[in-house]
Design a protein around this ligand. Structure first.
Ligand SMILES: NC(=O)c1ccc[n+]([C@@H]2O[C@H](COP(=O)([O-])OP(=O)(O)OC[C@H]3O[C@@H](n4cnc5c(N)ncnc54)[C@H](OP(=O)(O)O)[C@@H]3O)[C@@H](O)[C@H]2O)c1
Length: 272
């Protein structure tokens, strides 16, 4: 099972090189999206193909995750016909992802986000239904949803034929690191993927109570955060562009936080 995801957003022309570097550093889970505005999915595919061709890495050693993004989240570089119905858009986007990634199946296919803030719209249900079809065909091994509020996740969970295996959300310490959504995921066997663990929590990671843990462990703040994520059952993402940080992020399995330290970090933003 993958314990870390390498995130490929915002890397533009550096996407192929950095994804290759992440694979060399030891990452086996890669997160991308067919959303050219923020991701260069074809660059990810080029790195994956190169790593596999170079051996000894095989396709089955990797966990590849990509996303379907509604038209509002895209710029003009769309991977589908914006006038087509939702099912057609999903099929066109998915086919384009397979081409970009140079593979014939995806390990996790994620709805990048519901089309509205409250509840799920008809287009979200139609999109999910098309994604269920991809799952039935075996080409999308798991489904997931991102940027989702608890009530939306509950609605999807109740109505879906194929329920999400993954939730991917921005994780604010101020909101108890997305405590309610994480609890729902834990209770229902969904793997919670957290992003912006460092960048969304700059203030909280400067507090004395957090620094006492950094000092006690002798590790970096990033390692303490990622170790916390691991201990509370999250699958963390990092999009670092630095080879030393890549190694540092993966190197969190030879120390442990105490139960008390985990509690301190759980509450570092909410107890202020
Ligand atoms: N579903 C969505 O809507 C969504 C939205 C945003 C992101 N994501 C996914 O999540 C991935 C990660 O994004 P993110 O928002 O978490 O931020 P990120 O892009 O990974 O940024 C992390 C920042 O922390 C810095 N950093 C410093 N020390 C670090 C260390 N030891 N390890 C890691 N980073 C360190 C990095 O700088 P250096 O580069 O110098 O290390 C970088 O500036 C994205 O690439 C994308 O795949 C998904």
């Amino acid at each position: 099972m993958i314990s870390f995801l390498y995130g490929t957003a915002w890397k533009e022309n550096e996407t192929e090189r950095l994804t290759g570097l992440a694979l060399e550093a030891g990452f086996r889970g890669i997160d991308t999206a067919n959303q050219r505005r923020h991701y260069f999915e074809a660059g990810v595919g080029a790195a994956v193909a190169r790593a596999i061709a170079g051996g000894p890495l095989k396709r089955e050693d990797l966990f590849l995750q990509t996303k379907f993004t509604h038209v509002d989240g895209q710029d003009h570089r769309l991977p589908y016909d914006p006038k087509a119905d939702a099912a057609t858009q999903v099929h066109q986007s998915f086919a384009s992802s397979l081409e970009h990634l140079q593979v014939d199946s995806i390990d996790s296919y994620v709805l990048h986000g519901p089309s509205q803030r409250r509840g799920l719209a008809a287009i979200d249900h139609e999109t999910w239904s098309a994604m269920e079809g991809l799952h039935a065909s075996g080409r999308a091994r798991n489904l997931g949803i991102s940027n989702v509020a608890l009530h939306q996740l509950q609605e999807l969970w109740e109505g879906a034929r194929v329920r999400p295996s993954f939730v991917q959300n921005r994780c604010y310490a101020q909101l108890g690191w997305d405590r309610e959504v994480r609890a729902f995921c834990r209770d229902n066997g969904i793997v919670y993927q957290g992003f912006s663990l460092l960048t969304a929590n700059v203030k909280e990671l400067q507090t004395p109570q957090f620094w006492r843990i950094v000092e006690r462990t002798g590790r970096t703040p990033a390692q303490v955060v990622f170790r916390f994520a691991f201990q509370v059952g999250m699958l963390p993402l990092t999009g670092t562009t630095n080879a030393a940080h890549m190694r540092e992020d993966l190197d969190i399995h030879d120390f442990e936080l105490t139960g008390e330290e985990v509690e301190v970090i759980e509450n570092v933003g909410v107890s202020d």
